[in-house]
Design a protein around this ligand. Structure first.
Ligand code: ZN
Length: 428
């Protein structure tokens, strides 16, 4: 036994030092932020570089740098310019992509802010931004190279803003770091913001797997001050001057609360090391949104299912989970998903490539699809038709889940496993 434990320790020391070497060979401890614009309409997309920034803290992963989880509508790759070797890859989704499925996108072309970040490189790199065409097919939208000593890389200090550690258990290199940013709080209202950020953290920790991995998670409150208190509600003709310019009525949907000011959000997030961004909106109106590797946004004071919404939106933004709900009217089909291809979201399947999803986790004898009855409703895992806003042709992993209703007590088994995978991916 002793021998085994020694060889395991040696293996870990070797694995850890090789990970550190790989990180240290290519990257500094700072972050590189790429700002660009997505431009287009319902049928076309282009991406244009806006600026490159060096930010003080890299809070993201230091291992698994070239591992691809195949999440998001888009991804970016960073290659060493001299050797063309891939040194970093990550997926992400965008508000732009959602807008493309709206009616407005059929009639007008628009631009949307987008940012990605990776550890700041030591040598010249080439960055490629790609759009997903299918489950495993990609199209290049933008490619450019830069040298880390380029004088026009912005190196100004981040916003001088008060920051409070709400929950700190581990060093940023080893933890999942969540930047909670104030939106719609005036300078005088920051003690309420800190209380609200504390409640947000507690909501996450009421859910597995966040509860059991609590000691790998840090939560910071970034006190971005707003001129006005509260959030804009354009459908009620009320606009406010807030730090991040967020508003309800996104794409003309009353409850959809988002901010188009991605660069501004990142400017505030840069005050702390971060893996994930949560914008906390000072309003009692029910609403929110969450987009993978982009940000989550939720109301701070909603009486209705506030903690459930907080966790649901983070399921989208942190782990890339899809919505498991659908419209009850079978004639209504949404444009978000094409059932002829496999969606990338880990908790949805069109059965086109089910083997890449939870097929291997199904207990023997599970019927596909799983019929809904009092017995199957209790199943931990199954293949239930309806999900991703579609009643037909799209399947979810459980009868109910945090990603389907506010009444569900927890994530389903597939969603919980997906969130766990992400926590491990970022921290091991
Ligand atoms: Zn689920």
């Amino acid at each position: 036994m002793r021998k085994i434990s020694i060889s395991i320790s040696l293996f870990f020391i070797f694995a850890l030092s090789s990970v550190a070497q790989s990180y240290n060979k290519y990257f500094t401890g700072k972050a590189c932020r790429i700002d660009f614009q997505f431009c287009g309409n319902s049928t076309s997309t282009a991406a244009f570089l806006d600026k490159i920034k060096e930010e003080p803290f890299w809070g993201g992963r230091r291992s698994n740098l070239t591992a691809d989880l195949n999440l998001g509508e888009y991804r970016f790759q960073v290659a060493d310019s001299t050797t063309s070797k891939l040194i970093y890859i990550d997926g992400f989704s965008t508000l732009y992509f959602e807008w493309q499925t709206s009616d407005e996108a059929k009639h007008v072309s628009k631009s949307f802010e987008q940012s990605v970040q990776f550890p700041f490189p030591k040598n010249a790199v080439k960055v490629t931004i790609e759009k997903r065409l299918d489950f495993d097919k990609w199209e290049t939208l933008l490619q450019f190279g830069f040298s880390p000593d380029d004088k026009l890389i912005r190196r100004n200090k981040p916003e001088s803003v008060a920051v409070k550690e709400i929950f700190k258990t581990v060093s940023p290199e080893k933890g999942v770091d969540i930047a909670v940013i104030a939106e719609g709080y005036t300078s005088d209202g920051m003690s309420k913001f800190y209380d609200d950020a504390q409640k947000l953290a507690e909501s996450l920790f009421t859910h597995e797997p966040f509860a059991r991995y609590k000691n790998r998670i840090n939560v910071y409150a970034v006190a971005a001050p707003s001129e006005n208190s509260g959030i804009s509600t354009p459908h009620e003709n009320r606009w406010k001057n807030t730090a991040l310019g967020s508003h309800f009525y996104t794409f003309y949907e009353p409850r959809y609360l988002t901010s188009p000011n991605v660069f501004r959000i990142r400017d505030f997030a840069a005050a702390v090391p971060y893996d994930a961004i949560y914008v906390l909106a000072n309003t009692s109106t029910y609403g929110g949104g969450g987009i993978y590797n982009f940000y989550a946004l939720a109301s701070a004071d909603s009486k209705r299912a506030q903690s459930q919404v907080v966790v649901h939106e983070f399921g989208h933004s942190f782990a890339g989970l899809g919505d498991e709900y659908f419209k009850e009217d079978p004639d209504v089909l949404d444009d978000m998903y094409d059932t002829k291809t496999e969606p990338w979201e880990p908790n949805l399947t069109s059965l086109v490539r089910f083997e890449t999803k939870w097929k291997n986790d199904l207990p023997q004898g599970t019927t596909i699809p799983t019929k809904v009855n009092n017995e199957t409703k209790k199943l931990k895992i199954g293949v239930f038709e309806g999900g991703g806003y579609l009643t037909k042709g799209m399947y979810r992993s459980a009868y109910d889940c945090r990603m389907r209703t506010n009444e569900a007590p927890a994530f389903c088994a597939v969603c919980e496993k997906t969130v766990e995978r992400m926590i491990l991916f970022l921290t091991e």
